[in-house]
Design a binder for this molecule. Structure first.
Ligand SMILES: Cc1cc2nc3c(=O)[nH]c(=O)nc-3n(C[C@H](O)[C@H](O)[C@H](O)COP(=O)(O)OP(=O)(O)OC[C@H]3O[C@@H](n4cnc5c(N)ncnc54)[C@H](O)[C@@H]3O)c2cc1C
Length: 503
């Protein structure tokens, strides 16, 4: 076994990605591993990114973070799903809610019974069978509730990503991570292997290391500018290339869900936190100018803006190799997909956990690196497909952007998924694909993609049993939600308990 005592992992960049990596390594890497994070206050961080998915519990839980303290420190709120408003047509809305929809029976998941019921004219909208959506739409939220439908009501968080990074920084530094302030001026490589050997800072400091994690944001200082890992551009599938972001004062409903509102040339997010509402417009610069985007955003806020809208440019896609030589890219340095399904922070966490599962001893073995990159490739492309579905299946006819989106050439992998659904109501979750059958089901139905058939096994159920399945689920869920406290009360209770040190 290699001697680990002198191993040094250097993390370049201290945004959300950098401090997530630092915290996880501090917690899990052998204690003999030295970890240094270098960041530059002069450059700063992207500073947006406020909505997550339930998998965040795995990350916070692995670190041993206390939920109440985490919510207090990050000014967070609860999230039960995402509302898509106007994505099919103006004035219509649906939700991708976390958790189950209805109950499966026999060999089949619920959606086949729902499709049969739809053909018989007795199916109700999916909300009637979703605990999370019923709770979300009535502004209710209860943690750890056990239901007849699922053992728990899954939830995620909205939080201030800057505060989250600061919180993780305190955690990581307390566990021995060293932070170095400074601007990386150059990256040194081994003349033979091309591996990175050191980061040279502007003030002359040299940070030599064995392994480097590139968290320098869109610029990808190590992975791209130094190692030339290459970029797979997905603009043809997801043409939005700009975001305009501005927080505003609280107002309107304190929703336990993210709102994604379709607009003329993109969509607007609305994310309520304890101290503000996060807002942003994601749009295609080919269809909307920056000034107009800024005006449109400001015209659609719940409260007074806190500052001027901040423009962010991006190109959707991913590095061809997330891990190249002795360097792993995380966060925006690894690539970017718009926050339509709140996946970026998740992609950081899943890459960290995959990396830890093969933490290299000494020299990186090419086979391990190839495996890692293949996994990342799969994970990213399947998420991309899910995002494309939201856009491509719209009925917003007569609006240039949305007309273009309907006529996109789809990725072959998405074409396959759509063909299976349309032909047989079949949804296939491949391998460790992030989004579940239930997630796809909700978006397929929400975007008006019709299935011509369902699995004929669903016909084995009598009409009476089918009605009992649907109505029984609905009644139980509606009753359940009535018992739940309001989102605001649940949050205030937990934050208060953290302040009182009850946790
Ligand atoms: C518009 C938008 C909306 C988003 N919304 C969501 C969301 O709702 N949910 C979600 O999960 N994710 C979201 N994200 C993604 C999320 O914000 C990022 O993935 C996450 O914050 C990680 O950013 P990062 O740490 O990779 O990069 P950054 O925040 O850009 O940090 C880069 C770091 O590198 C340092 N650095 C760069 N160059 C140098 C240098 N030469 N020397 C020293 N230091 C350097 C900087 O100082 C900084 O510390 C969103 C992103 C965008 C752009």
């Amino acid at each position: 076994m290699a001697d680990r005592t002198d191993r040094h992992i250097v993390i370049a960049g201290g945004g959300t990605a950098g401090w997530m990596a630092a915290a996880a390594l501090a917690r899990f890497a052998p204690k003999s591993t030295k970890i240094t994070l270098v960041e530059s206050e002069a450059i700063g961080t992207v500073g947006v990114g406020e909505a997550t998915i339930p998998q965040i519990h795995l990350f916070n839980g692995a670190l041993g973070l206390d939920e109440a303290e985490f919510l207090r420190e990050t000014k967070g709120s609860f999230k039960l799903g995402i509302e898509f408003d106007g994505w099919l047509r103006e004035g219509e809305s649906y939700m991708h809610a976390f958790g189950n929809i209805g109950r499966g029976a026999g060999l089949l998941p619920f959606h086949h019974y729902w499709l049969r019921a739809q053909k018989q004219g007795i199916a109700k909208p999916l909300i009637r069978y979703s605990l999370n959506e019923l709770a979300a739409r009535t502004m209710r939220m209860q943690r750890g509730r056990r239901t007849p439908q699922s053992p728990e009501m899954p939830y995620a968080y909205h939080f201030d990503a800057g505060l989250y990074a600061a919180y993780l920084r305190r955690f990581a530094e307390a566990q021995g991570v060293e932070r170095q302030e400074g601007l990386i001026a150059s990256v040194e490589q081994d003349g033979e292997s091309g591996d990175i050997t050191a980061l040279k800072l502007e003030d002359g400091t040299v940070l030599a290391g064995d392994f480097f994690i590139d968290c320098t944001g869109f610029r990808g200082l190590l992975i791209e500018q130094t190692l030339g890992a290459g970029f797979e551009d997905w603009t043809s599938f997801l043409p939005c290339d700009r975001a305009m972001a501005v927080p505003c004062e609280g107002g309107g409903d304190f929703t336990p869900y993210t709102r994604s509102i379709a607009r003329k040339a993109g969509w607007q997010w609305r994310i309520p936190l304890q101290h503000r509402i996060g807002n942003g417009l994601v749009y295609s610069s080919a269809h909307l100018g920056d000034d107009e985007a800024s005006d449109k955003l400001l015209a659609n806020l719940d409260g007074a803006p806190q500052g001027d809208p901040r423009p962010i440019r991006f190109t959707t896609g991913k590095r061809r190799k997330h891990w190249s030589h002795n360097c792993l890219a995380l966060g925006l340095a690894a690539g970017f997909m718009e926050p339509l399904e709140s996946t970026s922070i998740h992609l950081v966490q899943s890459a960290i956990s995959r990396f830890l599962s093969v933490l290299p001893e000494g020299e990186t073995k090419p086979a391990i690196r190839d495996w890692f990159n293949a996994q990342a490739d799969f994970e990213w492309t399947r998420i991309r497909d899910f995002l494309v579905l939201h856009y491509s299946a719209n009925e917003r006819e007569g609006e240039a952007f949305w007309d273009d989106m309907r006529n996109l050439t789809l990725p072959a992998t998405l074409e396959d998924k759509l063909a299976n659904w349309k032909a047989a109501g079949f949804i296939h979750r491949e391998h460790e694909e992030l989004f579940t059958e239930t997630g796809w089901f909700q978006v397929l139905v929400g975007q008006g993609v019709e299935a011509e058939a369902y699995n004929p096994l669903a016909d084995n159920m009598s009409d009476q049993d089918l009605t009992a399945l649907l109505d029984g689920t609905e009644i139980a869920l509606v009753e359940e939600v009535k018992q739940m406290p309001r989102h605001l009360d649940t949050l205030q209770d937990i934050v208060r308990s953290a302040a009182q040190g009850a946790h």
